[in-house]
Design a protein around this ligand. Structure first.
Ligand code: HEM
Length: 133
């Protein structure tokens, strides 16, 4: 399976970009008080992209050597992915005021950016690694 690593990684990264863009557009539309971001077809497309993202991520974990995850960056990344999902639901739906939705939206985008820097650097410190060096 390792011979397919570049392709699996490309699928993962493409889904990461698509998922981030979908969340960004939905979050902005929620702030503009549009109703469509929560409509069923939009939710289903979002679930589909996130399922591809997750499946490719799990496949990468399976095919890559365990030593690549020795410093714990993947654990930290997965904790932040879980946090991002919860924060994202508050940004799009569960928060009761527009101001809270906006704050959760900003927090979700920051969390997403930290997840990407952790994946790039392979460090559990994420963006902090650039401050400490
Ligand atoms: C919000 C969710 C996620 C984001 C934003 C994200 C982001 C990324 C990015 C940008 C990369 C490419 C890093 C590079 O250029 O070297 C990557 C790689 C990777 N991701 Fe994710 N990911 C997410 C979810 C997951 C999940 C759920 C898993 C595992 C279950 C996972 C496992 C991996 C692995 C193993 C790599 C390979 C690193 C490498 O090839 O160097 N990711 N991720």
């Amino acid at each position: 399976m390792l011979q397919f690593y570049p392709q699996i990684r490309a699928v993962h990264v493409t889904a990461v970009i698509a998922s981030g863009m979908i969340f960004l557009v939905r979050g902005i539309a929620v702030q503009a008080r549009a109703a469509w971001p929560l409509a069923a077809p939009v939710r289903y497309v979002s679930y589909l992209v996130d399922t591809v993202l997750l499946a490719a991520g799990v496949t990468l974990v399976v095919v890559l050597p365990g030593a690549m995850f020795a410093n714990g960056w993947l654990e930290v990344k997965l904790i932040l992915v879980a946090a991002y999902i919860v924060i994202g639901t508050f940004a799009l739906k569960r928060a009761h005021t527009m101001r809270r939705k906006l704050l959760f939206f900003i927090a979700a985008l920051c969390t997403y950016a930290i997840i990407i820097t952790i994946a790039w650097t392979h460090s559990p410190l994420g963006p902090l690694i650039w401050l400490l060096h």
